[in-house]
Design a binder for this molecule. Structure first.
Ligand code: ADP
Ligand code: ASP
Ligand code: MG
Length: 412
């Protein structure tokens, strides 16, 4: 029997009507003969509410209890979806992460999946169950505690199940009808892509396009999962949505295939550090140990043996970064005059595998931003992306201007 994985995001299960509508889609696939694994998110807004409650009690909370609380939204939708399917006379039951069990490591709130034993669910399919409804986002640590996979983690649950069960496809149902050249909510000229390469999707996701969680794309690429993003609000069709696939399966593409943005960036500047061998290690070692995800780095030209060092990290890690650096200073490992945190910045990135073979993309990006009067604060590049840090108030303007400049509203 072929297994199909269908994941429904928060807006697709936001109320009972929408759960019914999603269940109808599941019914269509069951009628085609698939055994279906449905992965559900919490109802839209629920996880934010749960996170808010935890933070209200304690900002520096016990991560195990955070996971116990924030994983609960998915339990509700899993049970409700199973009930709706049963009402449709489709044999279905719900599974929480620990019941599968979806085994993870112990990195609470950002756990990684280690294994998904398939025996329990396979045995139920053999007994006639047609749909396993699994609560997304949650797992079980080696210590027997509930873990979560990071925000947006139900995407990763879905792809991991598709890999474990060797599914024919993994369909991610969301509130947009596919992957676009940029977020359609901020650029009206954004164009839906029929296909996107794994590498490009990986960059877009990690640079802020939250349509898929980064880790889900990594897993899909590693296990060659047929991954499709589509809307649960559109009429069903085989051509719907965007297929995330290998580069070889894409005939034509623009040099730049997408623009991503991330609002939640902070620019940190260490003023006047000694310019000596080992200084970068002395700064970034403690930051790494504190779990700060440093992204872009620049070291300015030294004057009289001292220099400024600038780096970017997510806004919610600023406090942690400040503590790690002031502890390192107190311990005598580094010495700086001041640490300035600028939290009014955003990162805008252009992504495309075509950049590997075409020069001039960076120049065009910088010229476009300069024509709009937008000052670039930090630049980072890799083989297939260019990112800039700019003032947050220009973020939407920058995304739209770059989208136009690279002709993304038109197909290649
Ligand atoms: P879900 O709750 O279904 O998981 P998310 O909110 O996590 O949905 O992801 C879908 C959202 O991702 C869209 O509503 C859209 O605003 C945003 N998004 C950002 N970049 C893109 C892009 N390039 N293509 C499509 N959607 C994007
Ligand atoms: N409900 C979780 C979140 O909002 C997981 C998910 O929706 O993917 O982050
Ligand atoms: Mg999501």
């Amino acid at each position: 029997m072929s297994v199909l994985v269908m994941k429904f995001g928060g807006t697709s299960v936001a109320n009972i009507d929408r759960i019914r509508r999603a269940a109808k889609r599941v019914g269509l696939e069951v009628a085609k003969g698939h055994d279906v694994i449905v992965i559900v998110s919490a109802m839209a807004g629920k996880t934010n509410e749960l996170v808010g409650w935890v933070n209200e009690i304690s900002p520096l909370h016990d991560a195990r209890e955070y996971d116990a609380v924030v994983s609960s939204g998915e339990n509700v939708t899993a049970g409700l979806m199973a009930l709706v399917l049963q009402e449709m006379e489709i044999p279905a039951r719900s599974w929480q992460g620990w019941q599968v069990p979806l085994l993870t490591n112990s990195a609470h709130s950002a756990a990684r999946i280690e294994e998904i034993p398939t025996d329990n669910i396979t045995a139920k399919f053999a007994e006639g169950m047609r749909v396993a409804v699994v609560a997304g986002f949650q797992g079980l640590s080696p210590e027997g505690r509930i873990t979560t996979l990071g925000r947006g983690g139900s995407d990763t649950t879905a792809v991991a199940f598709a890999a474990a069960f060797d599914a024919v496809r993994c369909d991610i149902y969301t509130d947009v009808d596919g992957v676009y050249t940029t977020d359609p909510r901020i650029a009206s000229r954004a164009r839906k892509l029929d296909r996107i390469a794994f590498e490009e999707m990986l960059e877009l996701a990690s640079l802020g396009a939250k349509v898929l969680q980064t880790r889900s794309v990594e897993l899909a690429m590693r296990y060659n999962v047929r991954l499709r993003v589509l809307s649960s609000f559109e009429e069903p069709s085989d051509e719907a949505g965007t297929l995330v696939c290998a580069e070889e399966d894409i005939m034509e593409s623009n040099v730049v295939s997408g623009i991503a943005y991330s609002r939640d960036e902070a620019k940190m500047t260490l003023v006047s550090v000694a310019d000596r061998p080992g200084i970068a290690a002395a700064i970034f070692g403690p930051l790494a140990e504190a779990g700060v995800n440093v992204d872009m780095i620049i070291q300015n030209i030294a004057e009289e043996g001292r220099t400024d060092m600038t780096f970017s990290c997510p806004t919610d890690q600023v406090k942690r970064a400040e503590k790690a650096l002031s502890d390192a200073r107190a311990a005598g490992a580094i010495n700086y005059h001041d640490l300035i945190a600028d939290t009014d910045v955003a990162k805008v990135s252009a992504v495309g595998i075509g950049m590997r073979s075409q020069s001039g993309v960076a120049a065009k990006m910088f010229k476009t931003l300069s024509d709009e009067g937008i000052n670039i604060k930090v630049i980072a590049t890799s083989e297939i992306k260019i990112s800039v840090l700019i003032d947050r108030k220009y973020m939407e303007l920058a995304v739209q201007a770059l989208h136009d400049a690279f002709g993304l509203d038109k197909a290649a």
